[in-house]
Design a protein around this ligand. Sequence first.
Ligand code: TRP
Length: 331
Amino acid sequence: MALRALTGIKPTGEPHVGNWLGAIRPALELASSYDTFYFIADYHALNSIYDADALRKNTLSIAATYLAFGLDPGRSIFYRQSEIPEVFELAWILACFTPKGLMNRAHSYKDSVAKNVEAGRDPDQNINMGLYSYPVLMAADILIFSANLVPVGADQKQHVEIARDIAERINHNYKTALFVLPEPKIDDHVKTIVGLDGRKMSKSYDNTIPLFLEEKPLLKRINQIVTNSQAPEEPKDPEQSSIFNLHKLLLSGPEEEALRSRYRAGGLGWGHAKKDYFEALNARLQGPRKEYQRLMSDPAALEAILAQGRDKARAKASVFLDTVRSTIGIR
Ligand code: TRP
């Protein structure tokens, strides 16, 4: 039987080129060699999004994004976390085996406390239990489907390790191999996707290239990539160029080499380099852009796809949860 890969997507806003190349593309590639589970982690987003319309809209938008980039709901199981009640029951069970100290050491919680302390505020200010217990819910997401592999960004690695730790405790207590121990899979070039200003592409730096801009605003955005003041005829160092570093992610090995040589040879001005990148990117985004718009204008079709995923996911989750319950003595 094929190994299972599972990943959750937090619906927190407009997806950008960094999300695509760093997370969406590598996650979707796994569908050719694993049994794949993808879900929208809407109850994880409730941690920080308290606007009902925004949460609803982000959820549909991220679902449409994954589908537009090729998620095949016939082959993978694609669902909303909130539609799988078994996940939340398992989260409680896991919480009863989770040492409080383990949660105290979770990076995102620790970072929030550190920021408060630095600013002279109460250490717990604005920290809700959803943030504190975030890793427990994430462990339930993973363990309920016995995932072997969990593709995540580097910032989520600790959360997968926590899931593993909790699973081991329960297995050990009941002398069973009930829970599969998950492995994180970190895609290394996630770190190296640069934004318009040369820093990591991130919404918090306002340096992103959103995925579904129309052509004109897309070109305008690409023209904002920061360059140095070298004249067109001067040879350029491709490795130092944000344009090159973005463009190469769309190329095969030999194409990347050819582009590298063009930068080094001189005669390629920055304006031209941006236009070349725009053309390559636009060619790749045209199809998904259309499909995204089609799906967003047909929410019923999107809901139907998610409902199909929910049914498949729940069928598996409920069988597994029954086994968990009987293992721990709940019925
Ligand atoms: N915490 C992840 C993030 O912020 C999203 C997520 C929720 C997740 N549950 C998951 C990822 C389970 C992998 C597996 O990106």
